[in-house]
Design a protein around this ligand. Structure first.
Ligand code: GDP
Length: 190
């Protein structure tokens, strides 16, 4: 049955029988959010700027081992919180969020607090949150693995380290994220 994406309640929406999941990227500018998504989506990267609140990176289709097709929509949160009313609409039906910082920038790490505040406006236990330390190919690091992990543990977020440049950790992070999202959806369906 064809159905437009709508509210994800007890049931999962399907469009042309494919499951759709919505992933947001959040974090300071220049932490590598678009590069990371681009690295993952390869040639399917088609950014589209949507007004003042975010960027739609397009859809990536995943084919699971059991033959299920999953369409992943990536959105980047941008713009000014002044558009809060619109943002509520933007955040609706989010299944997962990657919260990025740059391992060479303490400023980007400290900015996480502001992004977590934003995250909490739409957070429910059904949203998978992954804290991602990006640019691990650059030495010396300013934020160590220990410091990143400690923060993730404190906030109860999963923690991953990546390099959008070399690709290190990228497949693993997205693979685990989708697995977690699909588990959450399965649990909601009962
Ligand atoms: P965004 O503003 O968070 O979307 O950041 P971008 O994806 O535009 O990346 C910002 C800058 O960081 C660009 O110059 C990228 O080439 C660079 N960059 C992104 N990820 C990495 C990475 O993992 N390693 C290195 N060395 N540079 C990166």
């Amino acid at each position: 049955m064809d159905r437009e994406p709508g509210h994800l309640g007890r049931e999962v929406q399907t469009v042309s029988s494919a499951l759709r999941i919505k992933i947001l990227s959040m974090g300071e500018a220049f932490t590598g959010k678009s590069c990371l998504i681009k690295r993952y989506c390869e040639s399917r990267f088609v950014p589209e700027y949507i007004s003042t609140i975010g960027i739609d990176y397009g859809v990536k289709t995943l084919n699971l081992e059991d033959g299920t097709e999953v369409k992943v929509n990536f959105w980047d949160v941008a713009g000014d919180p002044v558009y809060f009313e619109v943002r509520n609409e933007f955040y609706k039906d989010t299944h997962g969020a990657i919260l990025l910082f740059d391992t060479t920038s303490r400023k980007s790490f400290e900015a996480l607090e502001k992004w977590v505040e934003e995250l909490m406006t739409f957070y429910t236990s059904e949203v998978a949150i992954f804290l991602v330390a990006n640019k691990i190919d650059i030495a010396p690091r300013v934020i160590s693995t220990k410091e990143g992990k400690n923060y993730a543990e404190k906030m109860d977020f999963a923690y991953y380290e990546t390099s959008a440049l070399t690709g290190e950790g990228v497949q693993e992070m997205f693979g685990d994220l989708f697995a977690k999202v699909l588990r959450n959806i399965g649990e909601q369906q009962g």
